[in-house]
Design a protein around this ligand. Structure first.
Ligand SMILES: *Cc1c(COP(=O)(O)O)cnc(C)c1O
Length: 237
């Protein structure tokens, strides 16, 4: 069972890397310009560590409880652990000393809490600001018209450093539609870069998942978050 999963992960890992390389090349970049982060929710640490042994160097969890349960068992000697899910303010202190980057910051309140808790453990935490590019109700992320103001507020905080933007676009079958959301995100990323806001660096543009990471890269993503294409369909228990 596990042998089989290991082999599937090896196959998928290689295939994804090739497809990332192709999309990078088509968009005038190199494989190394794109970061492959594995979204590891519901995946056993045995399997995650196998992927790490193949060369995977970024993983992301999206639930605090699950991250804490698995934390002792990840092999993080050559791998960055990130938080990619919706984060409640009252849970920040449980993970802030454990993660290298928090991808899903969409309010000043959350950023302040991350900053305060980071300073308390003697670090600064890199963050991405999440944008709700599809303007969906009940979805995390800031609307684009409020992004600059939020970035300027967060830039005042000593315990966090903004490194870029992330988004989860609306689910759509139509590849042209999804590409348009990615295009709009990239445009926003460039617009913000050009503003040269103090203390805000636009280095990472995190977008694209299993079903659309090639489209995301073609539109300018430099980090993709891939779960099921690497580990197989998720089994929720
Ligand atoms: C689960 C998850 C992903 C990956 O989803 P797949 O469709 O399985 O690739 C990416 N980003 C976030 C925030 C996730 O929670």
């Amino acid at each position: 069972m596990t042998e089989r999963s290991f082999r599937d992960v090896e196959y998928n890992y290689q295939l994804i890397n090739e497809q990332i390389a192709q999309a990078a090349f088509k968009s005038g970049r190199k494989r190394e310009d794109i970061t492959f982060l594995a979204a590891t929710k519901t995946v056993d640490t045995e399997i995650i560590n196998h992927a790490i042994s193949l060369g995977l160097d970024h993983i992301g969890e999206n639930k605090v409880q699950e991250l804490l349960q698995k934390y002792e068992r990840y092999d993080l000697s050559r791998c960055s652990l990130q938080f990619i899910g919706h984060l409640q303010t009252n849970k920040v202190r449980q993970i802030v000393d454990k993660v290298d980057l928090i991808q899903s910051v969409d309010s000043f309140k959350l950023a302040s809490e991350i900053s305060n808790r980071s300073l308390k453990c003697g670090k600064t935490t890199d963050i991405l600001v999440e944008v709700n590019i599809g303007r969906e109700e009940n979805k995390s992320g800031v609307f684009e018209e409020n992004l600059t103001e939020l970035l300027c507020q967060i830039a005042q905080l000593d315990g966090v450093k903004v490194k870029g933007l992330m988004t989860i676009p609306p689910i759509c079958e139509d590849k042209h539609k999804i590409s348009k959301y990615f295009y709009n995100m990239h445009k926003l990323f460039i617009d913000i870069s050009e503003k040269k806001l103090d203390n805000v660096s636009m280095t990472i543009l995190s977008m694209g998942m299993s079903s659309d990471y090639q489209e995301a890269i073609l539109e300018g993503a430099n980090m993709v978050r891939i779960g099921s294409a690497l580990f197989g369909a998720r089994i929720y228990t």
